[in-house]
Design a protein. Sequence first.
Length: 244
Amino acid sequence: MSVNRNPAPVHIGLVSDEPIRLEGLVSIFDQPAQNGAAPLIPIPGILSEMLKCTSLEYLVVDLHSSPGGLAVLDSIRRARPSLKLIVLGPEGNDELVLESIIAGARAYLEITADTEIVRQAIEVVTGGSIWAPRRLLSKLIDRLLKVPDSSLTGVNTHLTAREKEVLDLIMQARSNREIARQLGIEERTVKAHVGRLMRKTGADNRIELTMHAMNRPLVPHTHPHGRHGAHGSRPSADAQGAGD
């Protein structure tokens, strides 16, 4: 007898001060989930309602229509620090993108992004990754490395030999699929190793995991700042580039 393994729906909060834009955000979810991914259910509303909805893990915030700007993200982070944010904002403002991600955003999309790109970014974030313009990833890591963080540098982390291999490849910006192929293991096994690495280091994503490894030499640094390193041109699976 077959077992129903359909993943539970993921509810995505939607916040925008412009009704037409909010309606457009809702339409993004008309497309059904593919490849066995969890269905995404939009929940439009005002920010105060979203913050009270404890079942929400993800929130799309239209920063472009909000007069509060970064202050809105700060208020969300204080009220619901675990809420994962997808931000829509003005284009051409690299500083705002960096500040948004540092303030807790898992994705930043320029307001001109089409619905397909927005949907793709949401799926990347719900899959546990980060979506940001590729050209800003190295700047983001540089910015974060200048901020002392005892949670990243003060932990005496003990890794297994396999975890060190996975971490080394993460620092080379390899995706889970590429890591699985190189190590000769299944992709789901790689995901399990990545999850354990994040729990051991206290990192929320691969950027923080890379920072941890760079601050504390847990693995031999092959070339974290080189052609395939944290400052390279290709993003890892947890730091998806949204364009140059």
